[in-house]
Design a protein around this ligand. Structure first.
Ligand code: SF4
Length: 368
């Protein structure tokens, strides 16, 4: 197992589920398993811990999800150009620990690493969405959790890939900072699963992305899933506008394109570091010596700290130029930026969310 757990809590009601059995069977010796009546209580922050958020990451809670699995993307807003993404919440929190991660604020009260053992109930929701959809849809599991972290324990990805393989018009996006891809390699996704990696330059990885796979390992994993028949995409997000960032991103893209041909990449998204005041305070408290968290961002109109706009634009433009030099036409989009920024960086108005969402979902697929 790549990540360490202090304990696993299993909700009584879920103890006979396939997921609970798989996890318990795969646990290394010495990890205690407790059965509890209500996983929500086990997921609450342990206020007595020195770092309740970090302690939550080491406590897996296998429980029933009580609400819908499918939601709109939490980043969607009228203020921003939007990619029409749907989110499927199969887990909450993540065993890795990135200094800038919004979960530090978002799940601060419930940081236990929740995994929903009734995840197959999401398939009925997806069937209804598919029946009502008038365009191809892209549905991701990597918003409140990493899609593949702990997949060696949960095996969830296999059920998801098989389900989506049979659903025309739906694309699953598994978004990760791991190289935990072994469960994927022998499956035929029929072009309906896209695996995406969030990539940062080596300096950001070393400084801020604790327990993640290195950027080189992520890129190598992308190459392997591509060869196994999956579609691949990349997120350069958050882009941190530190000194030398343009050089760092150029080197990162050199490495990416040397391993994954640009023509085979479905999209590259770009998003600048953005932090609410609450997240910024939590991140600086937890990682006081991380230089990536000590930049002089300004409070933007959306209430988040961001790099000074001209600096951000210059960096986006430089990255976009580098991508276009490799291969014009690689699909690039901006995440959580205004239409004006989108227009300036990418030279055109952002497509409507539904149109961009359909294009990103459908990509270069030929299988119909
Ligand atoms: S990998 Fe993603 S979800 Fe996990 S800590 Fe890092 S930013 Fe957060």
């Amino acid at each position: 197992m790549r990540f360490e757990l202090d304990a696993v809590y299993v909700e009584e009601e879920m103890r006979a589920t396939a997921l609970a059995r798989r996890v318990i069977a795969a646990l290394p010796p010495g990890v205690p398993v407790y059965h509890v009546p209500d996983g929500r209580i086990a997921a609450r922050a342990d206020r007595g811990a020195a770092d309740p958020f970090a302690a939550g990451k080491r406590r897996m809670v296998i429980m029933r999800r009580r609400s819908r699995f499918l939601t709109g993307c939490p980043a969607a807003s009228n203020e921003f150009a939007c990619c029409g993404y749907l989110v499927m919440e199969l887990a909450s929190n993540c065993p890795m620990d990135c200094g800038y991660c919004f979960l530090q604020e978002f799940v601060a009260d419930n940081p236990g690493f929740q995994v929903y053992a009734n995840y197959a109930d999401a398939f009925a929701e997806l069937d209804r969405v598919q029946a009502a959809a008038d365009r191809p849809l892209r549905i991701g599991t990597g918003e409140l959790a990493d899609s593949l972290a702990f997949d060696s324990l949960t095996g969830m990805s296999r059920d998801l890939v098989r389900y989506f393989a049979g659903r025309a018009g739906l694309t699953l996006e598994l978004k990760t900072k791991t190289d935990e891809i072994e469960n994927l390699l022998d499956l035929d996704s029929r072009g309906r699963t896209l695996v995406s990696w969030t990539l940062s330059p080596e300096r950001v990885f070393r400084s801020s992305e604790h327990r993640t796979a290195s950027p080189s390992a992520r890129i190598a994993a992308a190459r392997r899933v591509l060869e196994a028949g999956y579609r691949v995409g990349f997120h350069l997000d958050p882009i941190i506008a530190c000194d030398g960032a343009d050089r760092d991103y150029s080197a990162l893209l050199d490495e990416l394109f040397a391993t994954v041909p640009a023509a085979r990449i479905e999209f590259i998204s770009l998003g600048g570091l953005r932090m609410t005041p609450g997240l910024r305070a939590a991140a600086r408290r937890r990682f006081p010596r991380d230089p990536m968290l000590l930049g002089e961002e300004v409070l933007a109109p959306d209430g988040r700290y961001r790099a000074f706009a001209p600096l951000r634009m210059r960096l986006y433009e430089a990255i976009n130029r580098r991508i276009a030099r490799e291969k014009p036409g690689v699909r690039v989009y901006l995440c959580m930026e205004s239409a004006a920024t989108y227009r300036r960086v990418l030279g055109a108005a952002p497509p409507a969310p539904a149109a961009l969402g359909a294009r990103l979902a459908d990509g270069n697929r030929r299988d119909g």
